[in-house]
Design a protein around this ligand. Sequence first.
Ligand SMILES: *[C@@H]1O[C@H](CO)[C@@H](O)[C@H](O)[C@H]1NC(C)=O
Ligand SMILES: *[C@@H]1O[C@H](CO)[C@@H](O)[C@H](O)[C@H]1NC(C)=O
Ligand SMILES: *[C@@H]1O[C@H](CO)[C@@H](O)[C@H](O)[C@H]1NC(C)=O
Ligand SMILES: *[C@@H]1O[C@H](CO)[C@@H](O)[C@H](O)[C@H]1NC(C)=O
Length: 422
Amino acid sequence: MIGFVFLLRLLVSIRPGAEALDNGLALTPTMGWLHWERFMCNIDCDKDPENCISERLYMQMADMMVKEGWREAGYEYVCIDDCWPSHQRDAQGRLQADPKRFPGGIKKLAEYIHSKGLKLGIYADVGKNTCAGYPGSLGHYETDAQTFADWNVDLLKFDGCFMDWTLLGEGYTNMSTALNQTGRSILYSCEWPLYEWPFKKPNYTAIRETCNHWRNYNDVDDSWSSIKSILDWTASHQDTIVPPAGPGGWNDPDMLVIGNFGLSHDQQESQMALWAIMAAPLLMSNDLRHICPRSKGLLQNRRIIEISQDPLGRQGFCTIKVDNFEVWERPLSHKRLAVAVLNRQETGGPRGLVIRAVPGWKICDPQCNVTQILPEYRELGVQPPKSKVVLSVNPSGTALVTLTPISSRFNMYELQKQETIL
Ligand SMILES: *[C@@H]1O[C@H](CO)[C@@H](O)[C@H](O)[C@H]1NC(C)=O
Ligand SMILES: *[C@@H]1O[C@H](CO)[C@@H](O)[C@H](O)[C@H]1NC(C)=O
Ligand SMILES: *[C@@H]1O[C@H](CO)[C@@H](O)[C@H](O)[C@H]1NC(C)=O
Ligand SMILES: *[C@@H]1O[C@H](CO)[C@@H](O)[C@H](O)[C@H]1NC(C)=O
C-alpha cells in the first residue's frame, strides 16, 4: 500500500512546471560522454598516454562515437570534466588549458568535435577552486563564460567545491546570466542542490529557472552499491525533485557506468532502464575504444533511448515496493506508460511479478498492448485487466515494459476490418 500513497501524493503535487531556463536546450535529457568516472584526474601523459586527460582522449572518443554508431543512437556531447586547465590563468585572467596535454587548445578541440557532428562540453567550478584544486570561477564568471563562448564550447558542467554554501544560489545564478549574455547557447549543468542539501532544502523552482540539469546526490562510482544508493535517494526525495523536472531542466543522477568493470550485465540493464525512467541525462563514462558488444548494445538500445527521450518529458518515479521488488513508472506521450520492475533480492534465482500488481496497470482497462524491452524483447500482446502475464526478473536485474492502452472501440473496429478482409 505504500506505493499507492507515493502515487497519490505525486499526482496532487505535480503542477504545470516552473519555468525552465530559456536557452532552447535540453528539451529532452542530454546524451553524450563525460570523462570523470572512468578517467578521473589522470594527468600523467608520460606514463599513461592512452588514458590521460588530454585532447587526444576526447578526439579518440569523438572518432569512436561516429564510427561505432553512438552519434547515430543519439549520443551527442563529448564532455571534459575536471583537471583540464593549467594551474595559472593567463595574463588577461582567462582560464587556459594545460599546454602540455592540450597543445592545440580548447578552441581547436571544439572545431574537431564539431567537424564530427558532435558537441563539446567543458568543466569549471562556482567556487575558489575546482574539486581537484584547479582555478575556480568565483570572481571570474563573466570572463570564464566569455572564454567558453569564444572557444565555441556547447556545455558547461559547473561544480560546487570550495564555495561558501550561502552563496551557491548567487554563484550559480550569476554564471547562468553570464552564459546567457555571451549570446551563445551553452547547456548549463549544475551541482547547486547537491552542495546545498546538507544545509537546507534547495529551491527547485529557482534551480529549474537557472540550470538545464542539476546533480542532487553523490558521485556515481563503478559499483552496484553506488547505483542502489542513488536509486534509494531518488525514491526517498521524489516528492520534491520529480515535479520540477521537464523539458529544459532535469534531475541528474550522474553518469552511466555501463561498459566498465563493476556491474554485472543484469545490473547494467538496471542502470540503463532506471536512468531512462528517471528522465536522466545519459552521459556515459566508459572507454568507447574498449567496450564489450553486450554493453554497447544495451547503451544503444533504441527502445530504451526512446523512453529516455520521450517528448512528454515527465520524470518517472517509484510507485510501489513489494516483496523485494521495486516498481518504477514513467508516463509517456500518447497515454503510454513505461514500467521498470527491479528485483532487489540479491539471492536465489529469477523471481516473477504478476503484471497486474503494477499500480499503473489500472490504465489497462479494457486492455493494453504490452511490450517487454528488457531483459529481452518480447511482444506480450494485448492483455485484459486480469492479465496473467508474469515478469521474470533476475536478482539485481530489471524487467522493462511499455503499456499502450487500447480502447475497445478501436478493437471492435480492428475486428470488423479483419472480418471484412476475411
Ligand atoms: C537569454 O535569455 C533570454 C530571456 O530569458 C532568452 O530569450 C534568450 O534566448 C537567452 N539567450 C541565450 C543565448 O541563452
Ligand atoms: C552575483 O551578482 C551580484 C550582482 O552583480 C553581486 O552583487 C554578487 O556579489 C554576485 N555573487 C557572486 C557569488 O558572485
Ligand atoms: C524560490 O525561487 C523562486 C524563483 O526564484 C522564488 O519566486 C521563490 O520565492 C523562492 N521560494 C522560496 C521559499 O524561497
Ligand atoms: C503491440 O505492440 C507491438 C510492438 O510495438 C506491435 O508490433 C503490435 O502491432 C501492437 N499490437 C496492437 C494490437 O496494437
